[in-house]
Design a protein around this ligand. Structure first.
Ligand code: 1GP
Length: 237
């Protein structure tokens, strides 16, 4: 994260411990391409053993490993840090505060670095939207995402994760990171449906600090490497 203060944009590679594929090969390729860290997590079916195994392997390859928890089952002491998230537009108290209360003593015991993150799931037709019981954000209303982000900053969070949903047919609208950057100093993470260097470039230019890709890493590591390059060469205006 130190790189962010010098203006560099980051790329995180998402690995689902439930289906890590050929983990070492994929990770090597992404490290070679310049990815900055690995996120591990998934909405469904991850066991703590799988999360631990994947984190241990990735950590052994020399990159930071951050838990991106679908739920408490994704937590592992083998990681370096955790996105400690409030799913801000969930209608379910579990994802707003109860999971966080259950997770806090475990995170303390594991000694993970805590990254306080507002998680906002934009579209309603994805797995994460279903599991998290979210209230979608209208794509044409960036002022709504701006209000969420401002609330997150007022509550002391440091990061906001604008999520389109894994495998989403459309990424988050560029007006969303642009608006969040305009009104807050939060670090903006954007993920979901980023399948081409062009899209990544556009989202970074709109203000994203960190781009996350998962599906494309599994489907087409070459294209994923191109996305890392686009992130590193795009300049926010
Ligand atoms: C999902 O934002 C991440 O939580 C990544 O999404 O799998 O679509 O890249 P993709």
């Amino acid at each position: 994260m130190d790189k962010l203060s010098s203006g560099e944009k980051l790329h995180f590679t998402l690995i689902d411990p439930d289906k890590p594929g050929d983990l070492r090969r994929i990770a090597e390729k992404m490290i070679e391409a310049g990815t900055d860290a690995f996120l591990i997590g998934g909405s469904l079916a991850v066991t703590p053993e799988e999360a631990g195994k994947v984190a241990k392997t990735l950590r052994g390859m020399g990159k930071p490993v951050i838990v991106f928890p679908g739920n408490l089952n994704c937590l592992t002491p083998e990681a370096d840090a955790v996105l400690y998230m409030m799913l801000m537009n969930s209608l379910d108290p579990y994802y707003l505060v109860e999971a966080q209360v259950s997770a806090a003593p475990i995170i303390k015991k594991y000694g993970l670095e805590v990254l306080p993150t507002a998680y906002i799931v934009v579209y309603g037709d994805t797995a994460v939207a279903h599991v998290g019981r979210i209230h979608p954000i209208p794509a044409g209303k960036p002022e709504i995402i701006g209000a969420y982000a401002l609330a997150a900053e007022f509550m002391g969070m440091k990061y906001v994760y604008l999520e389109a949903g894994s495998g989403s047919g459309r990424p988050v609208p560029p007006s969303f990171p642009r608006t969040v950057k305009k009104y807050t100093s939060l670090i903006v993470i954007v993920g979901g449906g980023i399948k081409s260097p062009l899209i990544a470039h556009e989202i970074v230019r709109a203000g994203a600090d960190i781009i996350v890709t998962g599906t494309i890493v599994e489907e087409n590591p070459e294209a994923a490497a191109g996305i890392v390059e686009a992130v590193k060469t795009a300049i926010h205006r």
